[in-house]
Ligand binder design. Sequence first.
Ligand code: GLV
Ligand code: MN
Ligand code: MN
Length: 412
Amino acid sequence: MRFTIDGDRLLSEIDALASFSDAAAPAVTRIVFTPTDLKARVWVKARCEEAGLTVRQDGVGNIFARWNGSDPTAPVVGTGSHIDAIPNAGKFDGVVGVLGGLEAIRGLRQSGFRPKHSIELLIFASEEPTRFGIGCLGSRLLSGTLTPDAARKLTDNDGATLDQVRARANLSGDLEQVKLPSGYYEAFIELHIEQGPRLEREQNPLGIVTKIAAPASLRVLIEGSGGHAGGVLMPDRGDALCAAAEMILSIESAARSSGATDTVATVGICEVFPGAVNSIPSRVRLSVDVRDTDLQRRDLVIRTIESTCDSISAKRKVSIHSELLNADAPADCAPAVVEALSQSCRAHQLSFLPMVSRAYHDSLFMSRIAPVAMLFIPCRNGYSHRPDEYAAPEDIVRGTLILAETLAALSR
Ligand code: GLV
Ligand code: MN
Ligand code: MN
């Protein structure tokens, strides 16, 4: 059976979704549950309903759009990704998997295909860590990786609890009901841009992910002593920002000296208090992201960072406290789902690279409850999380077609 992907419709929907943004184009900023994100979610749900899918939303805001199969008792074949976007992002991260997934389902429906297993498009809530400090909030709860009680303790950047944010977003569903029963999914596939340069460099149109790297994040709070930038002499200072500068460089060197190129560490946020040119910084908060494909190596970097906190604190007369927000284990993709994707590629004589995902994805957490694999398409220069993120139309359409074929194969 041949499925047709309506590339024009898909690309125009990607553009339309990018218009829901709190940043001027081409940048996209869509932080979860802001008024802009809520409008985008309404728009996406309307597209799913228009396609004839049955839409439901759970208590944390994960959206499920379902095409019922002929056997309602058979486990579901799922696909999807996220539509929230970090500040100053591009328009493809997550969106390709959501709108590509929707287009794949529409293509299957229009071809006359009738699945035995229901097919479900999932739009995960809060994949990006921007608002609550940890990523993949929706899929962590779905998979039981995060308990509702632990989720309720999360606060956003303005100090609002998850329950307060949910109430404002009109999410009245019970958090206890979010976790899916095991065996719910037959398979789950996420289509995504690579967010790295390998496919483009090797001129390969597709990547099939076999392993997802393990992320960890820490918050480091440095408290020194503030004071007048003219009045306090250098020997008397406990400048929190100078200590932070040393911390940042030692975090970089901890990752560089791990012995493996797979180890990466980033300090993406540095908040300085009080933030006045003539005031010595008294308090700094750093947000640190450490990743590796190897759990032990990743955890060694974390331990090095923790011991560096002690040594810099002693040396610079400041207090340094680090808090580990999450330290997840890597995931292996399911060989059967990897093989189903590979077969669809072979059927179209398309070459593909087996690869590791260095970014994390909701699939990492879905892998705890379902056989999972991911399909990557190239993105120009490997750029992502920046406004000039770009995926070529032919790559998006190709990925969507392979996704459609694989969903069909798994749902027969
Ligand atoms: C997801 O966006 C990640 O940071 O890997
Ligand atoms: Mn992202
Ligand atoms: Mn993403």
